[in-house]
Design a protein around this ligand. Structure first.
Ligand code: GRF
Length: 208
C-alpha cells in the first residue's frame, strides 16, 4: 500500500480532491497517511482531521535554517513510511536536503500550463493576472514531479482551460482550480498503480 503525505499551507481544496478520490476508491493501492503544514492555522489540517487523517504542523521559526527544517521533515516522512509526497499549495520551496531522499516521489500542482507562468513569485492570483495580461487564450494546470528548480520538474498531466474575454483573475482562478481537482487525483492514481515512467524530462504513462 502506497503511503501518501500531503503538504499544504492553505485552504487545501486540492488536498480535499485527493481525500475524496481515495475515499471513492479511485486511487487503488494508495492512501493518505499524513497531512503536513508549515502553517499552524492552515485549513488543510482541519480537513485532514475531519477525515481522521493524521495532521501536524512544524513551525519553521524553531529551526536555524531552511535546510535543518527540511532534514527534520524528511526524517518525519521516512518514519511514517511515505512513498509519495504531494505538494498541494505548500508555500515553501523544498531544499535539496528533502528532495534527495524522495527522488521521483514528490509531485506538485501548478495553476498554469508550465513551462509558462511558473517559477519564483508565480503563485496565487498573480499567475492568472499574468495570463490575462499576456492575452493568452488558453491556460490550465500542470501536475509535475519536483526537481531542484521551481516548477521545472518532469510534467505528468496538464489540463487546458479556456481564457474568456470577460475573465478576471478571480473567475479564471476558479475554473483552473476545478481542473486541478480532476488532474491531481488522476496523476496520483497513475503513480499509485505504477503507471508513470520518468525518462529524463518526459513522463510516459505505461499502457493501462
Ligand atoms: C492551487 O492553485 C495550486 O495549484 C497551487 O496552490 C493552490 C492551492 O490551493 N500550488 P488549495 O489550497 O489546494 O485550495
Amino acid at each position: 500500500m502506497l503511503k501518501i503525505g500531503v503538504f499544504a499551507s492553505g485552504g487545501g481544496t486540492n488536498l480535499q480532491s485527493l481525500i475524496d478520490a481515495v475515499e471513492a476508491g479511485c486511487i487503488k493501492g494508495g492512501h493518505i497517511e499524513v497531512v503536513f503544514s508549515n502553517k499552524p492555522g492552515a485549513y488543510a489540517l482541519k480537513r485532514a482531521e475531519k477525515h481522521n487523517i493524521k495532521a501536524f504542523c512544524i513551525e519553521p521559526s524553531g529551526f536555524k535554517s531552511a535546510e535543518e527544517y527540511d532534514k527534520k521533515l524528511a526524517s518525519e516522512m521516512n518514519r511514517a513510511g511515505i512513498g509519495l509526497v504531494c505538494l498541494a499549495g505548500y508555500m515553501k520551496i523544498l531544499k535539496k536536503e528533502f528532495i534527495d531522499g524522495f527522488k521521483g516521489k514528490i509531485m506538485n500542482i501548478h495553476p498554469a500550463l508550465l513551462p509558462s507562468f511558473g517559477g519564483k513569485g508565480m503563485y496565487g492570483l498573480r499567475v492568472h493576472e499574468a495570463v490575462i495580461e499576456r492575452g493568452c487564450k488558453v491556460t490550465g494546470c500542470t501536475v509535475h514531479f519536483v526537481d531542484y528548480g521551481t516548477d521545472t520538474g518532469p510534467i505528468i498531466i496538464q489540463k487546458a482551460v479556456e481564457v474568456k474575454d470577460n475573465d478576471t483573475p478571480e473567475t479564471l482562478q476558479k475554473r483552473v482550480l476545478e481542473s486541478e481537482h480532476r488532474a491531481y487525483p488522476e496523476a496520483v492514481r497513475l503513480f499509485a498503480s505504477g503507471k508513470l515512467d520518468i525518462q529524463g524530462r518526459r513522463v510516459r504513462v505505461v499502457e493501462e
